[in-house]
Design a protein around this ligand. Structure first.
Ligand SMILES: [Zn+2]
Length: 110
């Protein structure tokens, strides 16, 4: 049940989409996976019914075509799941950084 905030990374199953930054810095996907897993989350390379949180990366900066396709595919999955009455939380890069710093992240509803 989503309260509007993601309270912690522990126990979450996470997928990332777009250019996710960590405290404002570009970080390789492999490193992000290690960081979230060090905080008790499970990292998944793709969106699935197991995923509880998707980190919606920044749109700014350069993207190659494949990343754009991947980006929209994961968010489209979230939208379809929500349309069927289940919920996957979506947080921003800043939200992820806040969680890593012990704070909470606002769930993006649209
Ligand atoms: Zn949520």
């Amino acid at each position: 049940m989503c309260t509007g905030n993601v309270e912690s990374l522990g126990g979450q199953t996470m997928a990332l989409t777009g250019k996710v930054r960590l405290r404002g810095q570009h970080v390789k996907r492999r490193v992000l996976a290690e960081v979230v897993q060090a905080h008790g989350a499970i990292y998944k390379p793709s969106a699935s019914n197991k995923v509880s949180v998707v980190v919606h990366g920044d749109l700014s900066g350069q993207h190659v075509v494949n990343e754009w396709l991947e980006f929209s595919r994961k968010l489209e999955f979230v939208r379809s799941v929500r349309a069927r009455g289940r919920h996957i939380c979506v947080i921003t890069s800043r939200g992820l950084s806040d969680l890593l710093d012990g704070g909470t992240a606002v769930c993006q509803t649209s």
